[in-house]
Design a protein around this ligand. Sequence first.
Ligand code: BGC
Length: 567
Amino acid sequence: MENHEEKPSKDIVAESLTTSEDLAAVNLADQPGGFKGLLAASNIFWLSLFAALGGFLFGYDQGVISGVLVMEAFQLKFPRLGSDGDLEGWVVSVMQLGAIIGSVVNGPLADKISRRHSMSIANLIMVVGAVLQAAAVNPAMMFIGRFIGGISLGMLSMVVPMWIGEIAPPSIRGSAVTLQQLAISFGIMVSFWLDYGMQHGTSGAIQWRVPLALRVVPAVVMIIGSFLFMPYSPRWLVNVGRETQALEVLIKLRRLPADHPLIQEEMLQIKAASAFDKATTALKFPDARTSGQKQWNQIKELFSQKHLRKRLFVACALQVLQQFTGVNAIIYYAPKMFKAIGLSGSSISLLATGVVGVVNFLATIPAVGLVDGFGRKSVLLVGSASMAGCHLIIATLYAVYEHTWAEHAAAGWAAAAFVWFFVLHFAYSIGCIAWVYPSEIFPPGVRSTAMGLSIAVNWLSNFVIGLVTPYMLTGIRYGTFYFFFAFTAILFAWVLLCLPETKGVAMEDMDRLWGGNDGKEDAERMEKIIKDLRSEGPMGVTAKGAFDEQIETVSAGGIELGKIHDA
Ligand code: BGC
């Protein structure tokens, strides 16, 4: 970051810069992306990594249950859960149901009380869910605990990438959000091996109670951190009218002085996008007064405006396709699957499952550099083509050798290797990008509602896969892999033909990419907002000095939106 001070590529306070295109060009210039960018912006790196504890909880929760269900002590305590396959499936899936609810309700909550505080509430809920599960004395307690824990996971899975996306500069936004996926895969890996260790190294109820209780630790650490050092998102602050505070946060995040051209430009872009959004909503829904009405309008807007509908569709399709790659068929049912493709013996298939966890984690690491370096599209294309290839090979080996695995051990190992390859290609590609993409494409006014909806679709698809996989494995057997092959092939074609590249596009410039302010009127309104903001002089540097702005008049495209008092 320091080099910005030394040689800004363009004088961005120059009068000649008036359009959002100019601004985006300036903001992106000379900023390193990927690993290099993350290391240069070490504060963003550490903050994102800390928030990614939410991702760790997500992965840990997904991974921990499969091992717990097969523990002897657990089966002794809850014999019906162990013997009734349907009930077992529901213990796994009730968590996803909770998560669907959590991701939808957290949108309005994150708008109202801030991204940061909604994270703390999610973590409190996590503590309640974890305690109920770890202390369960009957199946009902276990079900309720998993459902409550699921609500928390749904909330965290929508707000963590959104918060990271809002504090990071465009050049490293993708990499920073990718840290959440790294944490998810780390959580899965830790839970797989912890279950394995507990099962082999301990006995009695402690076997399953400890892994279920341990989630309390990251949740409490997150609550403490959120009060001690996690800042509000500057974009959220501007959206609720606390602009002075937004500027203060931005200065700290970018480690640049208030009058630095990059700070001035980013602030201008954030304010312009927010004002444009408010002006457009005020024009369309002049009667909305209560927050409920505004929320409802956001949903109506998402479906009625073509460019927003398009973004919502793309974000949701990405979630469906992520889940229908079949990754969770493997995460949830790996031991069963490895047995089905010829690996004999429980410990071999458990070990093969442990390898899934390690490969998944290790292959996510390069993604941190890839998504901003090569772009979302190319990474998705390589990833989906390779995943499709893996499914095709596994399905074909399975179809050919399904009755003769014993005589063809090598074919069984080859199939297992392609399961690991599949996981590898998932991890660096759609595993990450399905989180990055929705966090960056929506305008501020509808961002959290839209993210909530798309993440809910992810959980819904996750729920469906969790429920149907066991039936597919026994019913259509190798057809299961042809089924997933079809979806990864669709993913490839869709990315190639339809998906817009968002690498390096400033959040405030997304409208142009999606045709939001393409329309003459919209473009003029945006132009006027930028001119108005520019004519107000440098942001936060008033006649009396920086940060003493108490009342801000938001005038957007000639529409007076009222006076907003800064905190
Ligand atoms: C998916 C999860 C999956 C995990 C595997 C995430 O991106 O949303 O459902 O279990 O990746 O690493």
